[in-house]
Design a protein around this ligand. Structure first.
Ligand SMILES: Nc1ncnc2c1ncn2[C@@H]1O[C@H](COP(=O)(O)OP(=O)(O)OP(=O)(O)O)[C@@H](O)[C@H]1O
Ligand SMILES: Cc1cn([C@H]2C[C@H](O)[C@@H](COP(=O)(O)O)O2)c(=O)[nH]c1=O
Length: 206
C-alpha cells in the first residue's frame, strides 16, 4: 500500500472513541495492515499545556485555547501523521481538527475559520463520527469516574459541541450510532472501513 490512509475518530466525550480505536487497530493488524494509533491532544508540550486547562478552562481565552490546539496539531501532523502516511500506514487518530471546529466553535470561535486554518493538516480519508446524546455521554463518564466532569465535559457545553458536530457535512464523515454495545459499534465501524478500503482499491496484504 502506498500513500497511507488517515482515519479520524470523532465525537463528543464519552462516545467510545478510545474504546473503539484499539479494536479497529487490532482487526486491521490481523488483516496484515501496518497501523499507527495516535491521539490528540498529544503527549507533547502543547498537549500537556492543554490538559492543564481541563479543570480550569477560564485560565485561557477561547482564542488562546484554539492557538494551543493548533500548535499541538501542527507538531502532531509533522512528527507523527505525515511520516506514518508516507510509510504507507493506516493512521488511526483519536480526535482531529473536527474536534477543534466543534469544541472551540462551541466556545465562541468561528468553525468555518477554524477549518480554514487547517491547510497544513492532511484531510482524512474517513471520519468515524460517533454519535449519542450528551446525556448518554454524561451518564457514561459518571459511571467511569464518579461525579467529576471536567470543564470540557459539562452537559450544557456538550450540547453545543454535539450540535456543531451534527452540522458538519464533509463527504469524509460517516456517522456511527454509539449508544449500542461495543461489539455492535465495532461491527458498524468495520463496515465503514471495509467500504473505504474497497473504494481505494486497497489490496489486503494477506
Ligand atoms: N458501547 C459502549 N457501551 C457502554 N459503555 C461504553 C461503550 N463504549 C465505551 N464505553 C464506556 O464509556 C466510557 C467512555 O468511553 P471512551 O473512553 O472509549 O470514550 P471516548 O469517546 O474516548 O471519551 P473521551 O472523548 O472523553 O476520551 C468508558 O468507561 C467505556 O468503557
Ligand atoms: C483535539 C481537541 C480536543 N478537545 C477537547 C475534547 C475533550 O474534552 C478533550 C480531550 O479529551 P480526551 O479525553 O483526551 O479525548 O479536549 C478540544 O476542545 N479541541 C480539540 O481540538
Amino acid at each position: 500500500m502506498s500513500g497511507g490512509i488517515l482515519i479520524a475518530f470523532e465525537g463528543i466525550d464519552g462516545t467510545g472513541k478510545s474504546t473503539q480505536l484499539p479494536l479497529l487497530a487490532a482487526y486491521l493488524r490481523g488483516q496484515g495492515y501496518t497501523v499507527v494509533e495516535t491521539r490528540e491532544p498529544t503527549d507533547g508540550p502543547y498537549g500537556q499545556q492543554i490538559r492543564l486547562l481541563y479543570r480550569n478552562r477560564h485560565q485561557a481565552s477561547p482564542e488562546q485555547e484554539l492557538e494551543l490546539f493548533l500548535l499541538d496539531r501542527r507538531q502532531h501532523v509533522e512528527q507523527c501523521i505525515k511520516p506514518a502516511l508516507a510509510r504507507g500506514a493506516i493512521v488511526l487518530t483519536d480526535r482531529y481538527y473536527f474536534s477543534t471546529a466543534a469544541y472551540q466553535g462551541a466556545a465562541g470561535c468561528d468553525p468555518a475559520a477554524i477549518f480554514a486554518r487547517h491547510g497544513f493538516a492532511p484531510e482524512p480519508d474517513l471520519v468515524l463520527l460517533l454519535t449519542q446524546t450528551p446525556s448518554e455521554s454524561v451518564t457514561r463518564i459518571r459511571e467511569l469516574r464518579g461525579e467529576m466532569l471536567n470543564d470540557f465535559e459539562q452537559q450544557e457545553q456538550l450540547e453545543k459541541v454535539a450540535a456543531l458536530f451534527a452540522s458538519f457535512t464533509h463527504d469524509c464523515i460517516v456517522r456511527i450510532h454509539a449508544a449500542r454495545t461495543v461489539a455492535e459499534v465495532h461491527a458498524s465501524i468495520r463496515e465503514a472501513v471495509a467500504q473505504l478500503l474497497a473504494q481505494k482499491g486497497t489490496q489486503c496484504p494477506r
